[in-house]
Design a protein around this ligand. Structure first.
Ligand SMILES: Nc1nc2c(c(=O)[nH]1)N[C@H]1C(S)=C(S)[C@@H](COP(=O)(O)OP(=O)(O)OC[C@H]3O[C@@H](n4cnc5c(N)ncnc54)[C@H](O)[C@@H]3O)O[C@H]1N2
Ligand code: MOO
Length: 407
């Protein structure tokens, strides 16, 4: 039994239930709006195409003149894209026309140039007959002014941005990106790139969390490393609040050691604190709290525990804040080899595909939660239910993809 440990799904439900999507908005140029969430319905400002246009290079004609092969027509002018037609197509005449050009008055069809033959002077002969409406894009065929092109909540990507541009928009109203501040804690840590002194190591968990947060529609701020004392933690938390962080993610100091000061310090600053022991492995200790409008998520210090907790809790949390649909990282796979029984906690085992076509996975040989190299080389996490029995080769497994390729 997991004892007093909180099941993962229960903890996640409590966390999400208490999280409201970001409401403040800004207006951005189209390219800056890429990847953002539209904050209003977008009505078309124009009709597209605004005029009936030719879909092909050829001749604008009256279909009644061109309903039989061999018809002869006099070419009385030319109209190209961007021009206004100067001639009216009268019976027996045609106007040379290019793709995208407005259809001249009188014409109701375009014959492609491959179906016409020059017969000297300004005269052409039709090789193929045509019908009314052929090779014409009628005005408003794509959309009409006032039509809702994109709905509030739509994630803006290439196609949506193109539609907005066609609809007359150069800037778009979007939701602001949630602000995620990341704070490492620990006397033993030095910033990445600095040479660690005796007893020290490089802080490596924070960059992973920032990367994950950014991949989920947020802006991040690295608050650096707070030493293991209340004043340092207080100063870092104050800078997160001054920046207006929506979420503060802390790393380390979440356990039961004498130096695990993150929770008590935040509490002394007025944070309502829930300290949870989650029935998961890695990543048992998890702190959740609210300091005014700022949500605080305290992750365990071991880099693998921090990252797995971030995938399980922080990603769904920040996607909800950022108004992104939940990401489904789960897929079905099959055991490439026998795996022993699981303990009382849900176990996220780093694993690699031995055969991608048949979705065969094998756990990495060591599951120690400090092994960053194993995490970087893994493809997925096998999700073992609490108290799962031994797994035989070929048994179905649920896996959480580490690098799903959808946005
Ligand atoms: N008596 C107990 N000891 C521990 C327990 C427990 O239940 N009882 N839980 C263990 C587990 S599981 C984990 S996980 C850790 C979590 O503790 P903390 O959140 O307080 O983490 P720290 O002690 O600060 O650090 C653990 C480990 O990770 C390294 N670390 C910390 N921050 C970073 C960072 N930003 N980048 C890279 N590495 C980091 C730190 O040096 C430690 O080695 O507690 C166990 N102990
Ligand atoms: O649960 Mo700790 O978070 O396994 O390393």
């Amino acid at each position: 039994m997991a004892g007093s440990l909180l099941p993962v799904d229960e903890a996640l439900a409590i966390l999400l239930d208490d999280t409201r999507a970001i409401a403040n908005t800004e207006t951005l140029d189209l390219i800056e709006a890429d990847g953002r969430i539209l904050s209003e319905d977008l009505p078309a400002r124009v009709t597209q195409p605004p005029f009936s246009a030719s879909a092909m290079d050829g001749y604008a004609v009256r279909a009644a003149d061109a309903d039989a092969a061999g018809a002869l027509l006099s070419v009385i002018g030319t109209v190209a894209a961007g021009e206004t037609p100067r001639q009216t197509v009268a019976p027996g005449t045609a106007v040379r026309i290019f793709t995208g050009a407005p259809l001249p008055p009188g014409a109701d069809s375009v014959v492609i140039q491959e179906d016409c033959q020059s017969v000297g002077g300004d005269r052409i002969k039709l090789i193929e007959p045509t019908k009314s409406g052929s090779n014409i894009r009628p005005a408003g065929q794509d959309f009409r002014e006032g039509l809702t092109l994109l709905r509030q909540g739509r994630r803006l990507e290439a196609r949506a941005l193109s539609l907005a541009a066609a609809g007359g928009y150069g800037t778009l109203p979007v939701y602001c990106r949630p602000k995620i501040a990341v704070l490492a804690t620990g006397d033993e840590l030095v910033p990445p790139g600095e040479v660690p002194g005796p007893g020290q190591i490089s802080a490596s968990a924070g960059i992973a969390l920032q990367s994950l947060a950014r991949a989920n529609g947020t802006q991040t701020r690295d608050l650096g490393i707070a030493r293991d004392n209340a004043a340092a933690i207080e100063a870092a938390v104050a800078s997160a609040r001054a920046w207006g962080a929506d979420v503060l993610i802390t790393i380390g100091g979440a356990s039961v050691g004498d130096r695990d000061l993150v929770g008590p310090t935040l509490q002394a600053m007025g944070m309502t604190l829930d300290f949870w022991k989650i029935a998961m492995r890695p990543g048992k200790p998890l702190m959740v709290g609210n300091l005014d409008a700022m949500k605080v998520l305290g992750l365990p210090g071991n880099p693998v525990s921090a990252y797995v907790c971030a995938l399980v809790f922080a990603e769904p949390l920040i996607r909800r804040l950022a108004r992104l649909a939940p990401r489904n990282r789960l897929m079905r796979a099959f055991a490439a080899e026998a795996i022993g029984p699981n303990g009382p906690r849900r176990h996220y085992m780093r694993a690699r595909f031995t055969d991608r076509t048949n979705a065969l996975v094998a756990p990495c040989s060591s599951q120690d939660s400090s092994l960053i190299a194993t995490l970087a080389s893994a493809d997925c996490l096998i999700v073992r239910p609490p108290a799962d029995g031994p797994v035989k080769p070929g048994d179905p497994l649920s896996v959480m993809m580490l690098d799903p390729n959808e946005p």
